[in-house]
Design a protein around this ligand. Sequence first.
Ligand code: AMP
Length: 558
Amino acid sequence: MAVHGIDLGTTNSAVARIAPDGSPVVLAGMSGEPTTPSVVLFASRDEYVVGEGARREARLDPEHVCALVKRRMGDAQWRFVAHGKAWSAPAVSSLILSSLLADARFADGEEPKSAVITVPAYFGDEERRATVQAGVYAGLDVVDVLSEPIAAALSYGFGRLDGSVGTSKADGETVLVYDLGGGTFDVTVIELADRRISVLAVEGDHQLGGADWDERLALHLSRRFGEAEPDAEDPLDDSAGAQALVLAAERAKHELSDADRTDVVVAHDGTRVTVPVTRAELTELTAPLLRRTIDLTRSCLAEAARRGVDRVDRVLLVGGSSRMPSVAEALRTELGLEPLLHDPDLAVARGAALYGEKKELERMVAADLRTRGRLRDGDPVEDAATADLDDACRRVADAFSVPLAQVRRAVEIRVDTVVSRGFGVLAVSDVGRLEPTWLVHRNDRLPVRTNRSFGTVRADQSTVQLTVVEQQGQAESQRAQDVKILVQGEITGIPPGHDEGSEIRVTFEMGFDGVLHVTAFHVDAAMPLELTATTGATLSQAEVARERDQLGRARRRD
Ligand code: AMP
């Protein structure tokens, strides 16, 4: 019955579930390691390896090893081709998920059926759908996708939200989650108060993470190697050599989190060069990367301040790369914040399991209320009368031998979140250009319902086209070429007799699930158009069928 929590990370993944005492535990597989590298080796046409084994092979067989696939989520054109077979990002991710499920089965003797999978807060609609698709490919019922910083905050603050445990501050706590992983950076301001977790602001960069630190250091190592051995081939010119150098750089980076200096042996083209590297050098080489995270942190804090929260009580560092001492140092000196390294590798999986349990208990309480006629279909549990809710919680607690406090907490805790990107429509501007008009803005609180009126451009206009777009990049651009088209539709067959400028009312609605529903209405003609942003970039049904077949043949090799 348990809903598992899965951190499907850029570099590492983990799976967790709730123990009988209510605490989240991470499940290790046969390797005994709590996390699995998110790396897939396609060993033959139908055989694959996930995890450390694949990561080790990366050097010997780079053409068949797929890493950092999370950066490709939502890109429907991208394929990893190995042994003549093409794999989409959800398909590759599903192999990682299947491996985690096998680990969970190894730990518990039972394979998870349903899960909450985490995603970066700034993942848009397509990336979220791709994540769900990966889960479906792996045979999972994906109960929800949850933002990673919310998961981290849940794992940190769950106890603090519980009235019976007592909050550390009566008026709640504001937490900044700084999450620097292997390939992504996310910063979020979250408020924990009155049994509510509210996301106040999110910022992030999809293309920034520890791997960029490794690349900068690898470049430095290759330069030093070239200076010492001018006649030898540059290791970066050869794909196996480059992989080896990047791995050596990553190892050195890890060592420099504990030590002030280390020696890296660069062996290539029959020669070996020892390059000493200091922590100060690494910090200097990568200063622009760290600066970018600090700049994004500042703008996230500014956004939270605009929402009336200008004080942060706690800074949580998550993600493996936040172990670099330069991160805490920069936050301390530049922003005056004292960070806490909170379970950086496992907090997200644990938080996802807590959320999964909340969803599951909430579902059971709602089902109990509905069968007794105490809650209408589709209404949330908080709409039930207090006494009815109490009784239902008690019955669920008894039936499933879960402590009553745990059931109550699951039902009472609310997670409020915000929109990760702006959404709008393309409309003709005053100067006759097609430009985006934004109706939903990043950091708007969910659920959102908003509308805007546009006018037809001609008298007797028979057709109105609607193009729904999503923000790309950090800012809402005013140029049509900068946006991503999500869905298009039209109102056709409008009878003549309507003036130029006739009102077209466009309504955008987005629920907690982040799925956008758009309606347009030609007011005078009373003609509607309804669109759901099932994005143009998701995989086609034929492609999904082909991949299912391909995945059905794939066998994991241990
Ligand atoms: P994650 O995506 O959260 O699993 O983080 C993985 C990233 O954290 C990789 O880029 C690792 O190189 C990096 N990382 C892990 N441990 C350390 C460490 N001790 N010092 C610096 N970076 C680390």
